[in-house]
Design a protein around this ligand. Structure first.
Ligand code: 6R9
Length: 641
């Protein structure tokens, strides 16, 4: 497999960027022609950011699984698509070849069909990091069902909300998932999520941990039985087949829920054609993947990074990737390095929070680990601080590996701003330059472009790239309002950024009410809603504060009508409530009980002040004259109840 669209020099990058912007249809038409289409598209690009309406490769017919799997069978059939490293390093490693992957996807597709799942139906997937999760995802894509993967750390209530929003009829889950020393009882969480649910007809349960589960007759089915049955249907005379559904380039491929500044998570929708081209293209170019390289992305498939850079991007390129079931610190903090050594990993893609946490263990976990196979390092999810960047460069990359700092979002489908490994220059803590097809612009509060360099402003995009979100599930107006209405004719990212003399971008973080905790997006409003559900709480305000390892921590100011028991019990009760409503990932790191919140006369909470107090500031709060009761501020800053 070769990649005719691979950019190999700075000069080629500059030319590609220029052409992609001046003649997007020519540039992307050429890139897309190297993918497998059943029928060529009629129109390469049609768009406006008003409605918004974005269509790439409209009229083109394809199935993404034929691109990601079938297309490779002839040349790569016996080569590994995935190497599965189980949670426990002593357990059996599994190698999934492209042939095997093809067979399993066909079986899942057949299994779904046997239960009446059709093109366009929504299938919710709630699993751990096991190969079966990838089979489930691609089995859906094979029949054109829309998958919606939910990260294993979300609670029953969060799942219930997502099932309801997506009107999902089918769930694929597993008994339990291993995570370090813990077993997460996934099926039991699903049982809770289904109380009162009216749409879900079937739940398929894959056996992993042999955790006892309840199985409801008529609704719950074992994955193993269903897959066995499907096997006999898809395999005859050693030929495996399940015809892939023909999809339009603009048919939805999946929904992935993500947090925004309002309380309710949004179902970001990506479509088949553009997403495929974007993930395949960016994977090869940013990481400079070459056939045979071993790629290790440590993200969970429950997040967009796993969708794009474990599943779709690498498979579109016929790559070999690691699926790692466990956590970086179990059985010890050398786990990532052991995996790199064991499989001779060439590309390592992880999050700054993981780097900072592993830095904390010093250099001992690195002893005896041969990391010389590494060629490229990557980071994603949050700004990387210079200290972590240098540690990664020095101790992991041994100063020989380019680091790609990849900035992107669930909504962008794939990487938008990043250096290309070894091809365009890196700069510590900078995502650097836009990829071809990406036209960033910085704007001030009023939406006026901030021109020249250096510059600072809110980061927006002027034009669509193939992987941009198309809508938010069931509510297009919400998509317009959230991303396309703040500034006219621009996609607003929600991030602030700086641009240096050379035009390199440095992302400074969210400018809206979204927190980034260990690289996970959490809306402050979501956490407030959850806290407010607790019976003793009157109201609350949540802000972020700098946290050494997580990047940002969650700080909650809570007004209670009475402290049931005592402060510490109430604190625990609130944490329990948040765990129940959202999931453990959203638990506040700090809770301060207060008598009142600093509100303006119009009733708005002055978060600016709460942020300062959370950062440890005790005075210099700026203009507080619009506050209804300025005394509240001193009281909170003094930590008084
Ligand atoms: C891929 C992913 C998106 C938000 C985004 C930004 C932050 C991601 C970053 C980064 C600085 C980077 N972010 N990558 N900030 N440098 N390289 O993380 O998607 O979960 O939707 O989060 O993450 O704030 O807006 P998602």
């Amino acid at each position: 497999m070769s990649y005719p669209y691979q950019i190999k020099s700075l000069d080629a990058y500059q030319k590609a960027w220029k052409q992609s912007v001046e003649q997007p249809e020519t540039y992307w038409g050429e890139v897309a022609s190297h993918f497998l289409w059943r029928k060529k598209w009629d129109k390469t690009l049609e768009w406006n950011f008003k409605e918004p309406n974005v269509k790439w490769f409209a009229g083109g017919k394809l199935n993404i699984t034929e691109n990601c799997v079938d297309r490779h069978l002839e040349t790569l059939g016996d080569k590994p698509a995935f190497i599965f490293e189980p949670n426990n390093p002593e357990d059996r490693v599994r190698v999934v070849t492209y042939n095997r992957l093809h067979k399993r996807i066909c079986q899942v597709a057949q299994m779904l069909k046997n239960h009446g799942v059709k093109k366009g139906d929504r299938v919710c997937i709630y699993m751990g990091m096991v190969p079966e999760l990838v089979y489930a995802v691609l089995g859906c894509a094979r029949i054109g069902a829309i998958h919606s993967v939910i990260f294993g750390g979300f609670s029953a209530q969060s799942i219930a909300d997502r099932l309801e929003d997506a009107q999902a009829e089918f769930i694929i889950t597993q008994d339990g998932a291993y995570r370090g020393e813990k077993v997460i009882p996934l099926k039991s969480v699903i049982d809770d999520a289904l109380i009162g649910n009216k749409t879900v007809k079937k739940v398929i349960v894959y056996t992993r941990t042999r955790t006892p589960v309840s199985m409801l007759k008529g609704r719950d089915l074992w994955w193993e039985d269903e897959m066995d049955h499907a096997e006999s249907q898809v395999e005859k005379n050693n030929i495996v087949s399940f015809p892939a559904e023909e999809m339009d380039a603009e048919d939805p491929l999946f929904i992935l829920y993500t947090s925004g500044s309002t309380g309710k998570p949004k179902g970001v929708v990506h479509t088949c054609g553009g997403y495929m081209v974007w993930t395949g293209y960016t994977f090869v170019n940013v990481f400079q993947y070459n056939p045979g390289d071993i790629h290790f992305c440590t993200a969970d498939i429950g997040w967009i990074t796993g969708h794009s850079y474990i599943v779709y991007g690498p498979l579109a390129a016929g790559a070999t990737s690691i699926i790692f079931e466990g956590v970086p610190t179990w059985p010890d903090a050398g786990r990532f390095w052991e995996i790199v050594d064991k499989y001779k990993v060439n590309i390592l893609y992880t999050a700054p929070t993981a780097i900072r946490s592993l830095m904390g263990f010093g250099l001992k976990p690195l002893e005896g680990k041969d990391l010389s196979s590494l060629k490229v390092l990557g980071t994603v999810g949050e700004p990387i601080n210079e200290e972590a960047w240098h540690w990664y460069d020095e101790h992991i990359g041994k100063k020989k590996c380019p680091i790609v700092d990849t900035w992107w979002q669930t909504e962008t489908g794939g990487i938008l701003i990043s250096n290309l490994a070894g091809v365009t220059p890196a700069k510590p803590a900078h995502a650097t330059l836009p990829l071809p097809g990406v036209q960033p612009i910085l704007v001030d509060e009023n939406g006026k472009e901030v021109e020249g360099n250096p510059a600072a402003g809110n980061l927006c995009m002027k034009a669509p790239w193939p992987g941009i979100l198309r809508t938010t599930w069931g509510d297009h107006e919400r998509c317009r309002k959230t991303y396309f209405s703040t500034y006219e004719n621009l996609y607003f990212t929600g991030d602030g950024a700086l641009r240096d003399e050379e035009g390199n971008y440095r992302i400074t973080g969210r400018v809206d009410d979204v927190l980034n905790v260990s690289g996970h997006r959490i809306g402050t409003a979501e956490v407030e809603n959850a806290i407010n559900m607790h019976a003793d709480v009157v109201e609350s305000a949540v802000v972020g504060y700098p946290h050494d390892i997580k990047g940002q921590g969650i700080y909650a100011y809570v007004v209670c009508q009475n402290l049931h028991g005592d402060e510490s019990l109430t604190r625990q009760n609130i944490l329990q409530t948040v765990s129940r409503i959202i999931g453990p990932i959203a638990k506040p790191d700090k809770i301060q009980f207060v008598n009142g919140l600093p509100k303006t006369r119009s009733g708005k909470i002055m978060r600016r002040i709460l942020r300062k107090i959370a950062e440890g500031e005790t005075q210099n709060f700026g203009d507080t004259s619009t506050l209804l009761d300025p005394n509240v501020v001193n009281e909170i800053a003094g930590g008084k109840m």
